[in-house]
Design a protein around this ligand. Structure first.
Ligand SMILES: [Zn+2]
Length: 403
């Protein structure tokens, strides 16, 4: 044994148990100089330092020790002896870190701080140490299907681009911005972790021109796939734009029918409650542009149920013609849908790639819930570096605790 407990003391005022530890003679027999492996003798001791340890029953517990400093007999190097209980952060024991990391998987940092009576700052510092260490060793050599999506850092101002390994279902990289340059940064990170840009054969994303350009410039072997989730989300968005345009028309009856229907149009008919269904049926009698746009969205969604890619291609093309035909008399109101049809036409190859790669894309839709979970956990610390670390911590499938 190289260390022994010399005293345990309970301080009633702070409700804390202190365990005082000291090195034994045995330490000096086994210790070697970190530089040249030479024999070492005790040079001096530090001031009393302390490490937060696991509670003893309900009492906070601190390990205290005046750490010895060793000096090499050969080269004269003086160094602080690293105690075996110390975690990656200077104020916690390994056991306390493992326990706190366990809690941090389940709840926000601020909540863990409250439960453990620690400060946010000390907990975050520990998370950074573990995540940085484990991320540095992460292996991306099997990455071949990549998904990218943007996450807002602060409402509509700053963005992070999040890159995911769609096969392993893990977040592998995050960087500020949402343009083509983010792919350059991604490819660098990929290759720094034993990945290969030429091995990436699928790049799944929203219909975002910047990302598409980034793939062309950096991952030439990758086929761009526009994922179903984003295409349909865009369609829902467009239906809402038609609704708002229609509300601005000078049509009292339409305005009355559309009142408080914003959420109705976002749902699918099978998910409507009976009273919502009745409401929808009444509205649909009124020949509203919004109701037609809603139908357009449902048909688009139905195309994704087609098992055959050739049939799907034909149906997408028919859909685009149909949208234009319906829009011909009310161009201004239907403009958002016509723009969507244009987008579908110009991105058709990437949209049809869904039929080839569809199975790998479940994780893309899940990213939305990943983003909100991460923001919740990092409550009060909404900046790129905190959010990135939290993304890697919870969704990076890293080896944690990193010891
Ligand atoms: Zn030495």
């Amino acid at each position: 044994m190289n260390w022994e407990v010399v005293e345990s003391r309970f301080e009633a005022a702070s409700g804390t148990v202190f365990l005082e530890i000291r090195e034994t003679k045995g330490l000096w027999e086994s210790l070697r100089c970190p530089k040249d492996g030479g024999l070492v003798f005790c040079y001096d001791h530090t001031e009393t330092l302390s490490w937060r340890h696991l509670n003893i029953f309900q009492h906070r517990c601190e390990i205290t020790c005046r750490l010895p400093r060793g000096k090499c007999r050969q080269c004269g190097h003086v160094f602080r002896v690293r105690p075996p209980w110390e975690g990656l952060s200077p104020h916690f024991s390994k056991e306390f870190e493992a326990y706190a990391l366990l809690l941090l998987r389940e709840m926000p940092v601020s909540k863990v701080a409250e439960i453990t009576q620690e400060t946010d700052t000390r907990l975050w510092r520990m998370i950074f140490k573990h995540v940085d260490g484990a991320y540095a060793e992460a292996d991306f050599s099997n990455v071949c299907a990549v998904g990218v999506d943007e996450m807002s850092v602060r409402r509509g101002q700053e963005y992070l681009s999040i890159f995911a390994d769609l096969i392993a279902g893990r977040v592998i990289f995050a960087v500020e911005g949402r343009d083509s340059k983010t792919w350059q940064a991604f490819v660098q990170a990929l290759e720094a972790h034993h990945g290969d840009r030429r091995a990436v054969t699928q790049a799944t994303m929203d219909m975002n021109a910047g990302y598409e350009k980034g793939v062309k410039e950096n991952c030439r072997n990758a086929q761009v796939v526009f994922d179903k989730f984003h295409v349909l989300a865009k369609a829902s968005e467009r239906v809402d734009q038609v609704r708002r345009a229609e509300l601005r028309l000078d049509d009292e009856e339409a305005r009355e029918a559309l009142r408080k229907t914003q959420w109705l149009w976002r749902k699918n008919p099978e998910n409507l409650k009976p009273q919502e269904r009745a409401r929808l049926a009444r509205i649909q009698d009124k020949n509203l542009a919004t109701a037609k746009a809603y139908q357009m969205r449902l048909v688009l969604q139905d195309i994704y149920r087609t098992p055959d890619v050739a049939v799907a291609e034909r149906r997408f093309k028919t859909w685009c013609r149909w949208v234009r035909w319906v829009a011909r008399h009310q161009k201004w109101v239907f403009k958002p849908m016509v723009q969507l049809a244009q987008m579908v036409e110009s991105h058709l190859q990437g949209i049809l790639a869904h039929w080839k790669w569809g199975l790998t894309n479940a994780f893309m839709e899940g990213l939305i819930s990943v983003f909100s979970a991460v923001k919740r956990k990092a409550r009060g610390y909404r900046s790129p570096v905190y959010l990135t670390t939290m993304l890697y911590f919870v969704f990076g499938k890293l080896r944690l605790p990193h010891v």
